[in-house]
Design a binder for this molecule. Structure first.
Ligand code: SF4
Length: 375
């Protein structure tokens, strides 16, 4: 199980809450793609020699790519790698880009899964977030995508925004369920440093986010998705049976992945590596064809690997396996067992044999519980 992530670092406009790497200027698009294809060629031996199980175009906004851009990516991928026959090929898309023409182009390409950044079906929320699409486009793109035969669709929805009342959140989920899409990712709005939202909260233009509201809407999300048959398989991800996202699941299960493009991360089981989050510097380093590092690396210690396993494992339905921890190091297993007991007693975690998982109450406190279990 291994996959490639392509980071497409361009967006039409900056969403107020977003701290991902992107540029709103498309001036360097051709050069960035050239550099990404070069990086792919240079790093073709990074992954184990086995057919790829997934490819993921994330960003930024990959739906800004046109047919020629995508063709260039797939031609290069096909010359350098083999793909499993049923490989999952996801492209993140924003509703305003998904015109009938763009959807037809995508349907004719190897892309077989769309991840659509809906965020909300309400105009107030979309304006507050400074999204480039409106409420009508949020639904229209889903209708058109389904009509054109895209059945592997996931959408993103954000809860906890000041504009999102509980009634609106319930309606957002009801609309999503009506489309019967197989997958949903849902995140609480957070205030990240260096974002417009951070500035607005700091200057009092927007009130600080209400934690209780986010917790309440998350609890509703868990109950509502379960009631219509979705499996809550990762803290922010919900899928109908058999429809888990393969690419993201491989991240959570520690499989190796190769990340290409500005700000993209890679992992080979031991070393993490991330590229410079600057389009011009990325292009310059690759164009120069020198060994100039355009990336940083971090060698994970045994304790880092344990902490990461606990952090990601607890966020998933698969939980944390004490046998796996013991195989890493008995000291970690002793540490884990000592600290996990209080969470079991408080019913924040559930133990089944050697496997430990978060309960629904525990899911509200996932990061804090993981931190308590770190070595
Ligand atoms: S479209 Fe996505 S990547 Fe771009 S600014 Fe908005 S949230 Fe961030």
């Amino acid at each position: 199980m291994s996959g490639i992530y392509f980071h497409i670092p361009f967006c039409k406009q900056a969403c107020h809450y977003c701290n991902f790497h992107f540029s709103t200027s498309m001036k360097l698009k051709e050069q960035v793609i050239d550099a990404m294809l070069l990086e792919l060629e240079m790093r073709k031996d990074y992954l184990p020699k086995e057919p790829l199980s997934s490819i993921y175009f994330g960003g930024g906004t990959p739906s800004l790519l046109d047919a020629d851009d995508l063709q260039r990516f797939f031609e290069k991928i096909n010359t350098l790698f083999q793909l499993q026959p049923n490989a999952e090929i996801t492209l993140e898309a924003n509703p305003d880009d998904l015109t009938n023409e763009k959807l037809k182009m995508l349907a004719d390409s190897p892309v077989n899964r769309l991840s659509i950044g809906v965020q909300s079906f309400f105009e107030e929320d979309l304006v507050f977030m400074n999204r480039a699409h409106n409420a009508r486009e949020a639904q229209q793109c889903l209708e058109q995508a389904l009509r054109l035969g895209f059945h592997d669709i996931t959408i993103d929805l954000i809860y906890g925004a000041p504009t999102t009342s509980d009634a609106m959140w319930e309606e957002n989920l009801r609309i999503a369920f009506d489309y019967n899409i197989p997958h949903l990712s849902s995140y609480a709005l957070t205030v990240e440093e260096k974002t417009a939202l951070h500035h607005f909260v700091k200057t009092g233009k927007v009130a600080a986010l209400e934690e209780e509201k986010a917790a309440r809407q998350f609890e509703y999300l868990m109950a509502a998705t379960t009631s219509v048959g979705y499996i809550h398989y990762e803290i922010s991800n919900f899928a109908l049976p058999g429809r888990f996202a393969r690419h993201n699941t491989s991240y959570w299960q520690g499989a190796p992945y190769l990340g290409i493009g500005p700000a993209a991360h890679s992992f080979n089981g031991i070393v993490r590596r991330w590229n410079v989050a600057n389009n011009a510097l990325y292009v310059k380093a690759l164009e120069a064809d020198t060994k100039d590092a355009y990336y940083e690396i971090e060698q994970l210690s045994a304790a880092d690997r344990y902490n990461e396993y606990v952090m990601t494992g607890l966020r998933t339905i698969w939980g944390v396996d004490l046998g796996h921890i013991a195989a890493m190091d008995e000291t970690f297993a002793t540490h884990f067992q000592k600290h996990v007991q209080s969470f079991i007693e408080e019913k924040k975690m559930i133990q089944e044999g050697k496997v430990y998982r978060l309960s629904s109450t525990g899911r509200l406190l996932a990061d804090g519980i993981a931190a308590e279990l770190f070595f």
